[in-house]
Design a protein around this ligand. Structure first.
Ligand code: FEO
Length: 166
């Protein structure tokens, strides 16, 4: 595999693991608010990020690349509110999207059609990721504190179902 592409995928593997840690810290903050549904919701997000990382690791191995796991900075553990958590999450997902798009740009540059095919799933996944955080922000703003209890019940039913990538 092209070296620049391999490095970009390695960077993303580590960013996905870092994303999982960021959401785990957010889940812990949410638990202090007593919102068990949102705590569940963010726990599912944590699992999704680990799934993204594991899927990319398996792919890089399959393509004969070398996976390099690295460390990263401590995640933010303190937030102003539930809304702050979700707005911070959406900003993070926009960064993920930019990075996935960059991998796609490199894959096109080096004409790695297999990588283009594989990462198309992540391009589509990012549309869903941004949408799910964006919708939650809209709902939190809409219900304010009085409706948070009902929204918490809705967040409680989110489950992690391992997607089929290819
Ligand atoms: Fe793995 Fe939320 O992007």
């Amino acid at each position: 595999m092209n070296n620049k592409l391999e490095n970009a995928i390695n960077d993303q593997i580590n960013f996905e693991i870092e994303s999982a840690h960021i959401y785990l810290a957010m889940q812990s903050y949410i638990s202090t608010l007593g919102l068990e549904g949102f705590e569940n919701w963010m726990g599912v997000q944590y699992q999704e990020e680990l799934f993204h990382a594991k899927t990319m690791i398996a792919y890089l191995n399959e393509r004969g690349g070398r996976v390099n796991i690295r460390g990263f900075a401590d995640p933010e553990n303190e937030f102003k509110s539930l809304l702050d958590v979700f707005e911070t999450s959406l900003a993070h997902e926009l960064k993920v999207t930019a990075r996935i798009n960059n991998i796609m740009t490199i894959a096109h540059e080096v004409k790695d059609y297999a990588a283009i095919s594989f990462f198309q799933w992540f391009v589509d996944e990012q549309v869903e990721e941004e949408d799910s955080f964006g919708k939650m922000i809209d709902k939190i703003k809409l219900v304010k504190d009085s409706g948070l209890y009902l929204l918490d019940k809705e967040a409680q039913v989110r489950v992690f179902t391992e997607p089929v990538v290819k």
